[in-house]
Design a protein around this ligand. Structure first.
Ligand SMILES: NC(=O)c1ccc[n+]([C@@H]2O[C@H](COP(=O)([O-])OP(=O)(O)OC[C@H]3O[C@@H](n4cnc5c(N)ncnc54)[C@H](O)[C@@H]3O)[C@@H](O)[C@H]2O)c1
Length: 450
């Protein structure tokens, strides 16, 4: 029988929209194994929203709350075993490093960090302290992604020589990265770091390879004031944000944060830190790209051609693997990721037009193609979130033959592709990942990294 002393103690920093992914299953489903001991953020309002929610929804006892400046005090007073890091990407490294130096393990949201200097500092701190850092790559745990991994590992298409991946973000989900901190490169690393870290991680893991060199192009061609004016959509640029101004209710990019959860978490919290959640996506000052193309060479010799567009009418991705014994094609189109608070018109359009579809086809050389069945799973991110939650909280979770856990080195291997791509965009030259971070230079395969 597990006693209170044996329960793991968890604290979290960054109490925004993503936090419930970790704290809700902990208090709801895994309270036999662990307890939440403290929350920390720059916003007192958001801290209180989550604390009150836990008390009201799950009957939790009161929870100590700490301002971000008192993170170390939280560690000292609440003595967590594990810290969840769910802050703005550019600050992940500060909390990861402080937590491991205090003797805690860490579960960090992706991307692990946003540039090579911060990445090196994290790797050195983990090396120095011997603590564990898990990067929450939930996409690996979705059933479709797992079937792709099994299919490649079965050897049915031989050794993978090249991969092509096209990722489409639609004008709901994609636009949302242009409303707030994600739209500034110093805070998010841009979409090749913030978003594509998932995709580069999937490819690294699917083909079990470590990236070596990267070349890329990227531009801001749709969002931003100048692009709207060039298309004749000047009216869309009129307001710096939407709350508090009349605006046009039919504007498909309008986000209403004066109601529901968005109001409680963001609108009511603006006074705390000046975080504006509904900035106009057609304003001046956005410095990330919305259209990107990347070429990656792996240490195994394989190549990846990758593109990401953030203004598509549909959402999803397609990826193909060419092996020396055949080919795998995987297509996923989904209607999820509708940002709550969006206009009813936009929601109806999305729900009508975008039924989820998922197809995995294997074509060995000189044989007929066959489809691989993909089980439908409940839960966020195609069913990946609940499986990852079990993995984090349940000490009796079965060993994972697909090796879906990712540590700090695997977190680095994905984020460094985006970081290198950012450098390549400005230098117009290919960038070697080993010139950025010395990531186990003799290893070729991802499974050789922690
Ligand atoms: N794996 C996924 O699928 C997934 C999905 C969404 C978000 N995320 C990640 O989760 C993290 C949080 O995203 P979100 O959507 O909750 O964003 P959010 O903007 O809702 O929350 C970020 C929180 O960080 C806080 N913060 C800002 N500066 C801080 C500082 N210096 N110290 C402490 N706290 C600070 C903000 O006050 C806010 O509460 C990001 O790293 C994001 O990439 C991952």
């Amino acid at each position: 029988m597990i006693t209170t002393q044996e329960k793991k103690r968890y604290a979290a920093v960054g109490t925004g929209g993503r936090l419930p992914m970790f704290i809700d299953p902990l208090v709801r489903d895994y309270s036999r194994h662990g307890e939440l001991v403290g929350l920390c953020d720059v916003s007192e309002t958001r801290l209180n929203v989550h604390r009150n929610r836990l008390v009201e929804e799950y009957g939790c006892r009161d929870l100590p709350l700490f301002p971000a400046s008192k993170f170390e005090r939280m560690l000292g007073e609440t003595r967590p075993d594990v810290v969840f890091v769910c802050t703005v990407d550019a600050f992940h490294h500060e909390y990861i490093i402080k937590a491991v130096e205090f003797g805690c393990d860490v579960v960090t949201e992706k991307p692990m960090t946003v540039d090579e200097t911060k990445c090196r500092a994290i790797l050195e701190a983990v090396e120095r302290t011997g603590r564990k850092v898990r990067v929450a790559f939930n996409y690996r745990w979705a059933p479709g992604a797992s079937r792709v991994r099994e299919s490649i590992a079965s050897g049915v298409i031989g050794t993978v020589r090249s991969v092509a991946m096209e990722y489409m973000l639609n004008t709901s989900h994609g636009a949302d990265y242009f409303r707030r901190w994600h739209s500034y490169k110093n805070l998010s690393g841009g979409l090749l770091v913030h978003k594509a870290t998932h995709h580069f991680d999937l490819v690294n893991w699917w083909i079990d390879a470590i990236p070596r060199q990267v070349f890329s192009y990227g531009d801001l061609v749709f969002y931003g004031k100048d692009n709207a004016i060039a298309r004749g959509d000047e009216a869309l640029t009129r307001y710096p944000r939407y709350a508090g101004v009349p605006g046009d209710v039919n504007d498909p990019f309008r986000l209403d944060i004066t109601k529901g959860n968005l109001k409680k978490l963001y609108y009511d919290a603006e006074k705390d830190s000046g975080y504006i959640r509904d900035e106009n996506v057609f304003r001046e000052g956005i410095d990330i790209e919305d259209s990107m193309s990347v070429l990656v060479k792996y240490r195994t010799g394989a190549t990846l051609t990758y593109s990401l567009n953030a203004f598509c009418p549909v959402e999803g991705f397609r990826v193909s693997f060419n092996g020396d014994r055949g080919r795998i094609d995987y297509l996923e189109r989904h209607a999820s990721h509708i940002i709550s608070g969006q206009s009813d018109r936009e929601l109806a359009r999305e729900q009508a037009g975008e039924a989820r579809c998922e197809e995995l086809t294997i074509t060995p050389h000189f044989e007929k193609s066959h489809r691989v069945e993909i089980p439908v799973a409940d839960g966020g991110h195609g069913g990946g979130d609940p499986l990852l939650q079990r993995r984090i909280f349940d000490p009796d979770a079965a060993p994972d033959p697909l090796k879906r856990d990712a540590g700090h080195e695997q977190g680095a291997a994905s984020v460094l592709v985006g970081v290198a791509a950012n450098h390549s965009m400005t230098s117009n030259q290919p960038v070697a990942i080993l010139d950025l971070v010395s990531l186990k230079p003799d290893a070729r395969h991802l499974h050789e990294l922690v």
